[in-house]
Design a protein around this ligand. Structure first.
Ligand code: H2U
Ligand code: ZN
Length: 369
């Protein structure tokens, strides 16, 4: 295969390469066209800095005072239905609204402005507040995937970018323990989308294969950064990962533009791999693992009529924790002023996650309650 052959000439020479990774070096992120500094030896330093509060263990299943629960009253006075599966509503505090007035272009190149229109929605994954995705059944996770796909179709009909994202845990700014995600659709391509669009377009032009399809095939062969895999999907700690336990969830068989292009079998295998990944995440420090995750796929709106075959659907998971349930990585100092830097290598992070059990440490909780 073309992608595999092209990659083969860059195959690292096994142990020689691995020992190089023990020393500081830089790695290139082709999706964002930027570099990350890897300094594995820094994990040995003592930590006397900030210690976080671990996530609460005792979330009540139903709390009438929680605005995301079935039957509860939200900030705008509306009462939620007694939903039994997923539930989507318009965010009562939207960052984007459909009818904002045109701001004009600005009066100087250094003071530019552009219009921003859109909609923001919230989607509850389940009626119970004490569940998270890894504790949900495969059928329940599959329902979430189908709902994501439906929202992408609905909002993608008029908006070029539909960002589905989940902030999990107070450490990632999540304001509510109830399992949920947000969906922001915008009239413009946000920065991350533009960066990835340009990078994938260039790769397709220069190498004749979608970047992330080639990447998944190479990672499947090399194996050292795989966390979990099944017939349709691969989860790796990417070669260029910045966050300690950052992962990338990728289709491995074919080029897929968007969530709504997933076939039935691919949706079932996605539910399965998400459950396995998130179970490992929770098992790592035996807590409900905090992260921000989100889906990236080909733009929609007017892009639906254009060639987007350079795009590959994927999800990013960005967890903040570094060495325990209470010590997080701070992206400050060098990261803010120079470039991203990580401590343990992506290979070490992948190995730790890969070796964790596939059974959730709290499995009994759902079974006995
Ligand atoms: P986060 O936990 O990721 O912040 O998501 C919760 C969202 O729910 C948040 O964006 C919305 C907040 O605006 N929300 C409502 O729309 N209505 C409410 O009554 C409470 C919270
Ligand atoms: Zn992406």
């Amino acid at each position: 295969m073309e992608g595999t052959a092209a990659g083969a000439k860059f195959q690292p020479s096994g142990t020689a390469c691995r020992s190089l990774w023990e020393h500081q070096h830089r790695r290139y992120n082709p999706l964002r066209d930027e570099w990350v500094l890897v300094s594995a030896h820094r994990m040995r330093r003592p930590w006397q800095g900030q210690v976080e509060k671990p996530p609460p263990e005792d979330v009540p299943r139903c709390d009438p005072g929680n605005p995301l629960c079935p039957g509860a009253k939200r900030a705008n006075g509306q009462v939620n239905p007694h939903y039994e599966s997923t539930f989507v509503f318009d965010n009562d505090f939207p960052a984007l609204q459909p009818d904002a007035p045109e701001p004009g272009a600005g009066d100087h190149p250094l003071f530019r402005t552009a219009s921003a229109r859109g909609v923001c929605k919230v989607m509850c994954f389940h009626p119970w507040s004490d569940l998270t995705l890894p504790l949900m059944s495969l059928a329940e996770i599959r329902t979430v995937i189908d709902q994501w796909s439906e929202i992408a179709v609905e909002l993608g009909a008029s908006y070029p970018w539909v960002q589905i994202f989940e902030n999990k845990g107070a450490m990632m700014g999540c304001s509510n323990p109830h399992p949920h995600c947000q969906i922001w659709a915008s009239s413009f391509l946000p920065n991350e989308a533009s960066l990835e669009d340009r990078a994938q377009q260039r790769h397709r032009r220069e190498h004749g294969i979608p970047m992330l399809l080639e990447y998944a095939q190479l990672e499947a062969e090399r194996k050292e950064r795989i966390v979990v895999e099944n017939v349709d999907w691969l989860v790796v700690v990417p070669y260029w990962a910045v966050w300690p336990f950052q992962t990338l969830l990728l289709p491995r068989q074919r080029q897929i533009c968007r969530l709504q292009d997933l076939q039935h079998g691919e949706r079932d295998s996605l539910a399965s791999i998400m459950k396995r990944l998130l179970t490992k995440y929770d098992n790592l420090f035996q807590i409900s693992f905090p992260y921000s995750m989100g889906w990236h796929g080909a733009p929609m709106g007017s892009f639906l009529d254009t060639d987007c075959s350079h795009w590959q659907l994927h999800a990013h998971y960005y967890p903040p924790l570094l060495r325990s349930a209470t010590v997080r990585k701070f992206m400050v100092g060098y990261e803010m002023l120079a470039q991203a830097q990580r401590d343990l290598t992506p290979e070490q992070a992948a190995e730790r996650l890969r070796n964790l059990p596939d059974e959730h440490y709290q499995l009994k909780r759902r079974e006995t309650s």
